[in-house]
Design a protein around this ligand. Structure first.
Ligand SMILES: Nc1nc2c(c(=O)[nH]1)N[C@H]1C(S)=C(S)[C@@H](COP(=O)(O)O)O[C@H]1N2
Ligand SMILES: [Mo]
Length: 181
């Protein structure tokens, strides 16, 4: 288990997932709606940038591609900034986000995600370092330019391919000052 800050207490009554930015149909959904969506399973290994891995995980949840399809990414959309509780963010190129195995994960090895591991819902993007798999995920914004998230502003890589060992990068300081829009 690894995260910055504390494990947030999440009120499912007020919970909303938000999809916005460079999309045709921005939307919000509440917890009941998320639970009503079709799910799939993703079997994967996970790799933390601090050099630990955990093999043979099975996550269950709602495919990210279903949300992208519903929103309809506009032609200029090329990057995604994911947001989570307590201001945590992480950024990804759209082609890394738009993959069939990526999930809003609700279960791990058949059990509901525990709060320490991002429950009730976390992002799962297993082919890049695990810091991109935001725990307690709250939404995402499609962007025309890349914008560094939390760890990325603190020196981690904008893409984070573990096989290329993309641990550290250098976000553009001008973009950081301008903000995500
Ligand atoms: N919201 C949030 N999500 C996060 C993090 C964080 O600090 N905050 N840390 C990331 C990092 S660095 C890792 S390795 C994984 C750890 O997930 P786990 O605690 O379920 O093993 O969560 C990722 N997701
Ligand atoms: Mo990590």
């Amino acid at each position: 288990m690894l995260h910055y800050g504390t494990v947030p207490a999440i009120d499912l009554q007020g919970w909303r997932f938000t999809v916005r930015g460079a999309v045709e149909r921005p939307f919000e959904m509440d917890w009941q709606e998320l639970l009503s969506l079709p799910r799939r399973k993703t079997a994967c290994d996970i790799h933390c940038v601090t050099r630990w891995s955990r093999y043979d995980n099975v996550f269950g949840g709602v495919p990210v591609q279903d949300l992208l399809q519903r929103a309809g990414v506009r032609a200029e959309g090329r990057f995604v900034l994911v947001s989570a509780e307590q201001g945590f963010t992480t950024n990804l190129p759209l082609e890394d986000f738009d993959r069939p195995e990526n999930l809003l994960a609700l279960t791990h090895d058949g059990e509901p995600l525990t709060p320490e591991h991002g429950g009730p819902v976390r992002l799962l993007v297993p082919h890049v370092y695990f810091w991109k798999s935001a725990k307690w995920v709250k939404g995402f914004e499609v962007l025309d330019e890349d914008y560094p998230g939390f760890w990325e502003q603190n020196g981690y890589h904008m893409r984070g391919d573990p096989w290329a060992e993309e641990r550290f990068g250098r976000p553009d300081p001008v973009r950081m000052r301008r903000g995500p829009r």
